[in-house]
Design a protein around this ligand. Structure first.
Ligand SMILES: [Zn+2]
Length: 357
């Protein structure tokens, strides 16, 4: 084990209207020049990628390439890496929802030399805490959960663009932050029962992010520009709690394990935050926390609270509950314990919380 604790944080967080048209300017201020790669998707190119590209050119970046990726898998990470080799860019910019930013994160890491290239995160939706965290989820890796990478050098969130995304993404992002309630409870438990490394400050910060969302639920549900700012700030701060902890522990516990298990059982049935939110209700019940308040908040925010709203069968919920403890094996102890739930306990839990009928 290393004798020091390293915290890598974003240098700048910019939230506001039309900030993406100044990406080139910000890059210049950070000392980057000449060359850059913009990683975006076929749709997000028109929403934001093109503006970022033009901004870079406007601010003197003469070698700018844009790569449009259809999915977050290893094949696309390889394509971006190849472009990095050809262009030797000073900076990468991930523009879009989760997948473009995740591919950017992973492509910036050279596994053989362990050297990293800096990247900027430009989210077009506020649907999960990956927009500012040092974690990436890529299909094709051995794990169904996210892996640790580096933090973005900057997060540039244009509220003008993000507020045009469907409201559903905002509700999902809110639920991903509410999950910190059970994630932090799981971390405390692992610390007490298994002497796991624990960071009280990161844990407190993550919990505060969730409480901030709960307090502001009635503003969030309005879907006004203020709603987007609130959720963005909480998501980014949640990502920072992960950076401070050096592990996703403060933002990912048994509720995330349930969601990953549901992905395996039912093939990614809903948005990440939506699944995690339903998991949070049930895991809060197991922890003896105020699960009804969590459910009420999710209802106010208009996020799913049951199997029907997630578009899955009752059986899938039971299977995912019984499988959740296996997700990270013994490496992440949670309220689900080492052996997980029995079928009877899983049915009982889902019924009591009215996740199934
Ligand atoms: Zn999450």
């Amino acid at each position: 084990m290393e004798s020091f604790h390293r915290i890598e944080l974003p240098r700048e967080i910019i939230i506001g209207r039309e900030v993406i048209s100044k990406v080139g300017n910000f890059c210049q201020t950070y000392g980057f020049q000449d060359s850059a790669i913009v990683v975006t998707g076929p749709k997000t190119f028109h929403i934001a990628g093109e503006t970022v590209l033009n901004s870079l050119k406007e601010y003197g970046f003469s070698k700018v390439e844009c790569i449009k990726i259809p999915s977050a898998d290893l094949e696309n990470v390889k394509r971006v890496k190849q472009m990095i080799e050809e262009l030797s860019p000073s900076i990468l910019i991930g523009v879009g929802g989760g997948k473009n930013i995740d591919v950017t994160k992973l492509a910036c890491l050279d596994e053989t030399s362990n050297k990293t290239l800096p990247y900027i995160s430009v989210p077009t939706v506020a649907s999960h805490d990956g927009i500012a965290s040092p974690r990436a989820s890529i299909r094709g890796l051995d794990t169904s959960y996210s892996v640790m990478v580096q933090s973005p050098i900057a997060v540039i969130a244009d509220t003008g663009i993000i507020k045009n995304s469907p409201y559903r993404y905002l509700a999902s992002g809110s639920a991903d932050v509410i999950a910190n309630i059970t994630a932090t409870a799981d971390w405390e438990l692992a610390y007490k029962l298994k002497s796991e490394y624990y960071g009280e400050f990161a844990n407190t910060l993550a919990k505060m992010c969730a409480e901030f969302i709960i307090r502001n639920a009635r503003v969030i549900t309005k879907g006004i520009e203020e709603s987007y700012r609130i959720v963005l700030e909480a998501l980014i701060s949640s990502g920072i709690a992960i950076s401070i902890a050096g592990t996703s522990r403060p933002a990912s516990g048994s509720e995330h394990a349930f969601s990953h298990a549901l992905d395996i059982v039912a093939g990614h049935p809903a948005l990440h935050g939506e699944q995690v939110g339903v998991g949070t209700i049930m895991m809060a019940y197991l922890h003896g926390l105020d699960w009804e308040k969590i459910r009420e908040t999710l209802r106010i925010i208009r996020a799913p609270t049951n199997a029907k709203q997630l578009g899955v069968s009752d059986e899938a919920i039971i299977k995912a509950l019984m499988k959740a403890h296996e997700i990270r094996g013994s490496s992440r102890y949670t309220i689900l314990g080492e052996n997980g739930l029995t079928k009877e306990a899983a049915i009982n839990l889902a019924k009591v919380c009215e996740v199934i009928e």
